[in-house]
Design a protein around this ligand. Structure first.
Ligand SMILES: C[S@@+](CC[C@H](N)C(=O)[O-])C[C@H]1O[C@@H](n2cnc3c(N)ncnc32)[C@H](O)[C@@H]1O
Length: 206
């Protein structure tokens, strides 16, 4: 089965358990700091897309900060969970490789731990799509797991396999051609046993 379909099926099955665990074990203070850093690069009244929003935790956080934000996710269970938890937010069931949004719709795209599920061969599709829907010089902020390789894996508490790609910062810089990576930060603690790196890229001139 296609790695993305299989991974999304896994999220469909584990959505509630997964989000409970993220809430309890994720380094939330650090993630909030990364989100605020992202917003600090944007103009007043920014429009932001939350790519692979999961249960919508970050979408809601941004909405409360006055951001015009929409969360998208390919897992139907994640989207229905998000809609029930945060009814004031907008959530759309969509693949980040091909969205419904016109060109130049957003000032920023935020992808927290969601590019990690793409096979490396798919990364450039997302990069192109994000570039298309961002305003000129828009900001792409994303995190990835530090390491090498890719493949299916099963976590200790979740029996369903998900695809995961690991990158070094050098590899990310080489692969992202449409964005200038102008800043990066490592998570101070391991999150779910992994070191995450956050990157901020600015869309190169068209
Ligand atoms: C590790 S979870 C992170 C969720 C959320 N961003 C957070 O920080 O808690 C990855 C999410 O990305 C979504 N996802 C994976 N591939 C996707 C794709 N191609 N398009 C849209 N969403 C995708 C999954 O369904 C899942 O909800």
């Amino acid at each position: 089965m296609d790695p993305i379909n299989k991974t999304i099926r896994a999220y469909d099955k584990i959505a509630e358990r997964y989000c409970k665990r993220t809430k309890e074990e994720g380094d939330r203070d650090f993630q909030k700091e990364m989100l605020l850093k992202t917003l600090s690069h944007l103009p007043d009244d920014p429009r932001v897309i939350d790519l692979g929003c999961g249960d919508g935790r970050d979408t809601e956080y941004m909405r409360k900060k006055g951001v015009d934000v929409v969360g998208i996710d390919l897992s139907k269970s994640m989207i229905s969970l998000a809609r029930s938890k945060y009814p004031r937010c907008t959530f759309i069931h969509s693949d980040m490789r091909e969205t419904v949004f016109p060109e130049d719709t957003f000032h920023a795209a935020w992808a927290n731990a969601s590019l990690i599920n793409l096979p490396k061969s798919e990364l450039s599709h997302v990069e192109k799509e994000v570039y298309r829907i961002l305003e000129p010089e828009g900001i792409f902020a994303f995190s990835f797991k530090e390491g090498e390789g890719e493949g299916f894996e099963t976590s200790v508490i979740e029996e369903h396999e998900r695809y995961c790609s690991y990158y070094t910062l050098e590899e990310i810089r080489k692969k992202m051609n449409l964005f200038d990576i102008f800043h990066s930060e490592e998570s101070p603690n391991k999150i779910f046993g992994e070191k995450f790196i956050y990157c901020w890229g600015r869309a190169r001139g068209r």
